[in-house]
Design a protein around this ligand. Structure first.
Ligand code: GLY
Length: 355
């Protein structure tokens, strides 16, 4: 069992281990009831957990839709309905079992029921394990945009089960690795070394190297959210590659994997860092090598789309006044949040990634 701790007022442990999901009973704090919110693909694991806890905890199951379809107010209402009908109290617990969208929704249900009940998250994707599940961001989407309704609600524990991650389709795991590479670029270049040394091992969470890469990426996230739970400052660095990445996701009508969009966004941010912050050519090349060649993620985007991407970025929540704000790098592991007012610089960086 590998443990990474989030510290501060909202502290908790992230446990990374084979079979971690089956130990959820240890983290329920004596709850009499638990609502286990899960994606359809996790129905078998959910039933197994219910069976394991039978006799000690009454586990209610709520199967929710896959992906972003889970993050609708109707789905939250479906879960609230189950809680209301089962006399769920403040000493009971909500467990989220699934990818980032499922745990965002489950966390939102936990945050809002009786103004907040105990929440355990069991991420079943790489992206969920190293990003969405750690840090207490919960929320749902509205017709006006993603994550506009939500709350910071820290989990009591995050259980990363490497047996589940090992079963992921390879394309899914590779896309999740975009967030792992991000942790390497912004804070821990040892992650980059390990990916470059043996990509096959790094991608396999059952190997020592795979576990180490996961642990290090979770540590980066844990360190940042321990310092800045509610995103007043340093937490913003986690958005490296996300300003353009979100605009690409929007342009692709959210059919692209998040990791693919932020892969392009990180190469763009690296190019912009080279032009404005003196990031070395070698560091920029390393982005393309790791993301493109080793992980097989896209690192370029069609040239003709710039104007509409720019318009979307302007609506990004980080825009302040006229200038767009980006997370840039002075060097590897030296991030800075910078306003870039000069559109010709943005266009020049985009030209470097236009395919
Ligand atoms: N995914 C970025 C954050 O948790 O702040």
């Amino acid at each position: 069992m590998t443990t990474v701790s989030v510290t501060g007022d909202n502290g908790y442990d992230v446990q990374v281990a084979s079979g971690a999901s089956l130990r959820v009973g240890e983290y329920l704090g004596g709850a009499a009831q638990a609502l286990l919110i899960h994606q359809p693909v996790m129905a078998g694991r959910a039933a197994e957990i219910r069976e394991l806890l039978a006799g000690t905890v009454n586990v209610l199951l709520a199967e929710i839709p896959d992906g972003e379809d889970a993050k609708r107010v109707e789905v939250a209402a479906f879960c609230w309905g189950i809680l209301g009908q089962s006399d769920f109290t403040r000493s009971d617990a909500v467990v989220g079992l699934g990818g980032g969208a499922a745990t965002d929704l489950a966390g939102f249900v936990a945050a809002t029921w009786l103004r907040g009940v105990r929440f355990i998250t069991i991420p079943t994707t790489v992206l969920g394990a190293v990003d969405a599940s750690v840090g207490g961001k919960t929320g749902i989407n509205t017709a006006e945009g993603k994550n506009l309704v939500g709350s910071f609600h820290a989990p009591h524990a995050v259980l990363v089960d490497t047996d589940i991650l090992a079963e992921l389709p390879e394309t899914e795991a590779r896309a999740g690795f975009a967030e792992i590479a991000k942790a390497g670029f912004i804070a821990d270049p040892v992650i980059l070394d390990l990916i470059e040394k043996d990509i096959t091992e790094a991608l396999d969470p059952t190997t020592e190297v795979g576990l180490e890469v996961l642990r290090r990426a979770i540590q980066v996230k844990a360190t940042v959210v321990s310092q800045d739970f509610t995103e007043q400052g340093v937490r913003e660095i986690l958005n490296y590659g996300h300003t353009l990445g979100h605009a690409i996701e929007h342009a692709e009508r959210y059919r692209w994997r998040h990791g693919a969009a932020i892969s392009i966004g990180m190469v763009f941010a690296a190019e912009l860092s080279r032009m404005t912050r003196g990031l070395s050519d070698a560091a920029v090349d390393r982005h393309r090598h790791i993301l493109g060649e080793l992980l097989g993620l896209p690192v370029s985007y069609p040239g003709g789309r710039w104007e509409s991407l720019l318009a979307t970025m302007r609506r990004d929540k980080k825009a302040r006044g006229a200038a767009l704000r980006f997370v840039l790098l002075d060097d590897l592991a030296r991030p800075t949040v910078t306003a870039v007012a000069d559109e010709s610089l943005l266009f020049a960086a985009y030209s470097e990634i236009a395919g």
